[in-house]
Design a protein around this ligand. Structure first.
Ligand code: ASP
Length: 327
């Protein structure tokens, strides 16, 4: 009996030591960041920018690859990471949808507050209200007037229930007290392609996806959802200036690992994220796209966990009041 206990104890110590060594050497193979939306969209842009800077921060030999797994407002990709091996080789970059999905979806494949290790917050990004070129309204005021008479003819794209574009659309429809036909995509990259092609009429999406299309004249921007105008799109009035004083929404992003990822690995990832967020290249790219990098004190597990909890509590009643649910 004593034999077996000693053998068991020795095996446990050996396994623990091996895990410790593995954590010290981490990463020894490519790390995958799952983006729960289509490639080329705003969440993808944020994730790839962070992945590049974190690769540098992790040092020689580190590789980070991005996998896009869109659908169901980001819940499919998030579920994959929640169920992944907690070894630090599968991570998630997700946005505000992490906080809205628990109320919006009747059946969740994961628990946002129990199934993850939190690495830290990344940035905050405002949204822009866009129309396809040629749409018969040139500002928010004329859009609202047009919608009063033609709501049934107008389509509003989004990235599925619980996505940022869905929330922004809900806020807009509630502000103008008008229902529109919504068209869900696996991300706002394909939604943007259809807006540019004229297949859909309206889209509200992060500046990380819209800045270049606005500057290139490929879509028409009517307003920005931040409380103040932003430097990268100075000419764009805020929703408040356009007659909707309470209309403000900012999309935050965070980095997550599956629950049970060893603490030394989480610590390494936190240090790499913090280092990445100081990278001048990353900051320039974010600023060009209207995104604001978080301060270092927010790029921590505790800050992300608290912020996520607060956001779940903030959005829960709003969503329940709106009465929108998905299965
Ligand atoms: N910005 C999108 C949304 O949540 C998602 C994406 O494609 O990154 O609406």
């Amino acid at each position: 009996m004593l034999h077996r206990i000693v053998a068991g104890f020795t095996a446990a110590v050996a396994a623990f030591a091996a895990a410790g060594v593995a954590a010290q050497q981490y990463p020894t193979r490519p790390v995958q960041i799952v983006v729960p939306f289509a490639a080329g969209g705003p969440t993808d842009t944020v994730a790839r920018t962070v992945a590049d800077a974190m690769t540098k921060a992790l040092g020689s030999g580190a590789t980070i690859v991005v996998e896009n797994l869109g659908g169901a407002g980001g819940t499919i990709g998030a579920a994959k990471v929640a169920k992944a091996n907690p070894d630090g080789y599968t991570l998630l970059v997700h946005h505000i949808g992490m906080a809205t999905a628990p109320t919006l979806y009747r059946k969740m494949q994961y628990d946002a507050l129990k199934d993850f290790e939190y690495i830290g917050l990344i940035n905050d990004v405002p949204m822009t209200l866009l129309t396809r070129n040629g749409f018969p309204a040139k500002d928010v005021k004329s859009l609202v007037a047009y919608l009063k008479a033609n709501a049934s003819k107008v389509t509003l794209a989004n990235a599925g229930i619980g996505s940022a574009s869905h929330l922004c659309g809900l806020m807009f429809m509630s502000a103008i007290d008008q229902e529109l036909t919504t068209v869900p995509y696996k991300g706002t990259a394909p939604a943007m392609a259809d807006l540019m092609g004229g297949q859909v009429d309206l889209l509200c999406d992060q500046t990380t996806n819209t800045t270049q299309q606005i500057r290139g004249g490929r879509v028409q921007a009517l307003a920005i959802t931040s409380p103040k105008r932003i430097d990268s799109l100075k000419e764009l009035p805020t929703m408040a200036e356009s007659g909707f004083p309470g209309f403000s929404i900012s999309i935050w992003h965070g980095l997550y690992a599956p629950k049970g990822t060893p603490k030394p690995v989480v610590d390494k990832l936190v240090a790499a994220l913090q280092q990445a967020l100081k990278d001048p290249g990353l900051n320039k790219r974010f600023a060009d796209l209207g995104a604001e990098t978080v301060t270092q004190d927010r790029a921590t597990p505790a800050a992300l966990q608290k912020f996520l909890t607060d956001e779940i509590n903030r959005w829960g009643p709003v969503i329940k009041k709106a009465g929108v649910y998905a299965d």
